[in-house]
Design a protein around this ligand. Structure first.
Ligand SMILES: [Zn+2]
Length: 267
C-alpha cells in the first residue's frame, strides 16, 4: 500500500465521542465533519486514500494522562499512530514523557490554548529537554486558535526562540507554521529547518500565500495534515492538490516525509 499519511487527526473513545464533539463544537463555533469515533475516521481515510493517520490527543488536565495513554495503546495499529499527551501543570510531566517513550509511542501532542501555557515559558523547558533526549516527536499547536481569544502563545517568534534553545527537539509545527499568523510564518519560519504540517490552513487563506510559504520551505520538512474531524480529509486533500506544487513535492508531502519522520520504511 502506498497511501497518504495524515499527520494531524483527532478521535475519541466511542463512549466519549458524542459528548466531546458537541462540547468542542460549542466552544469553537465550528461543526465537526465526523462524529469523533475512530471507526468514522477510518471510513474517511478509506474513502480518500489515506493509509495512516496520526491521532493527536490533548490532556486538558494533568489527570487525563493515564486514560489517554491507555486508549492510545488500544487504538495503535498499522493505520493509526496515536500521540498521547502530558499537561505542563503536571509536576511529573517529565516522568510521564519517559512512560510515553517506554510504551513505544512516536511522540506527544501539546496545545498552548487547551493546556494554558506559552511556548517559551521556562516551565516548558524540562519537557522540551526530555522529549529531545527521548527522541520523541512533539506536535505543537502553533499560531492562534479558532476557539480562543487572540493572545500570542506559540507564534513565529516564540517558535524560533525554542528551536534555537533546543536544536535537537523534534518539533512539528501545525497549521502551516502558525494558524492565521501566516505573514510572520512566511517572513520568519519558512525556509528554516523546522517541520510543519498544513492542517486547518488552506481553508482560511489565499492559495497564492499558501504556495509561497510551501515553496520557500525545505521540501523534506512539509507534512500533510487535516485536523479531521474539524475539516474534511477529502476537502483538505483537494485544496492541497489545487496548489499544484508538482508531482515530486506532492509525493513528499503526502507520504514520504512522514514515513521518514516516523522511521517507517516504504512498502
Ligand atoms: Zn487539531
Amino acid at each position: 500500500m502506498s497511501g497518504i499519511i495524515d499527520f494531524h487527526a483527532h478521535a475519541f473513545p466511542d463512549s466519549l465521542a458524542g459528548q466531546a464533539i458537541s462540547a468542542l463544537e460549542k466552544e469553537g463555533g465550528i461543526p465537526a465533519r465526523l462524529d469523533g469515533r475512530l471507526s468514522s475516521l477510518l471510513d474517511s481515510m478509506d474513502s480518500c486514500g489515506i493509509e495512516k493517520s496520526v491521532v493527536c490527543s490533548i490532556a486538558t488536565r494533568p489527570t487525563h494522562f493515564k486514560s489517554i495513554l491507555e486508549w492510545s495503546g488500544k487504538i495503535r495499529s498499522g493505520r493509526i499512530i496515536p500521540l498521547p499527551s502530558v499537561h505542563p501543570a503536571d509536576p511529573d510531566a517529565v516522568g510521564k514523557i519517559g512512560i510515553i517513550k517506554r510504551e513505544g509511542f512516536s511522540g506527544i501532542k501539546m496545545h498552548p490554548y487547551y493546556q494554558d501555557f506559552k511556548m517559551d515559558e521556562a516551565r516548558m523547558f524540562p519537557i522540551y529537554e526530555k522529549a529531545s533526549s527521548e527522541n520523541l516527536l512533539l506536535v505543537m499547536h502553533t499560531g492562534f486558535d479558532f476557539a480562543f481569544e487572540r493572545v500570542r502563545k506559540a507564534d513565529p517568534e516564540r517558535i524560533l526562540k525554542i528551536t534555537s534553545l533546543f536544536p535537537s527537539l523534534r518539533l512539528i509545527l501545525t497549521h502551516l507554521g502558525a494558524w492565521e499568523d501566516w505573514e510572520m510564518v512566511e517572513e520568519l519560519v519558512a525556509g528554516k529547518r523546522i517541520y510543519m504540517e498544513i492542517s486547518f490552513s488552506l481553508e482560511f487563506m489565499e492559495k497564492r500565500k499558501a504556495a509561497a510559504i510551501l515553496l520557500k520551505h525545505p521540501e523534506d520538512l512539509v507534512l500533510f495534515g487535516t485536523d479531521s474531524p474539524w475539516t474534511s480529509q477529502e476537502n483538505t486533500l483537494r485544496l492541497f492538490r489545487e496548489l499544484a506544487l508538482g508531482d515530486r513535492l506532492e509525493k513528499m508531502v503526502l507520504r514520504e516525509n512522514a514515513l521518514s519522520l516516523l522511521g517507517l520504511a516504504d512498502g
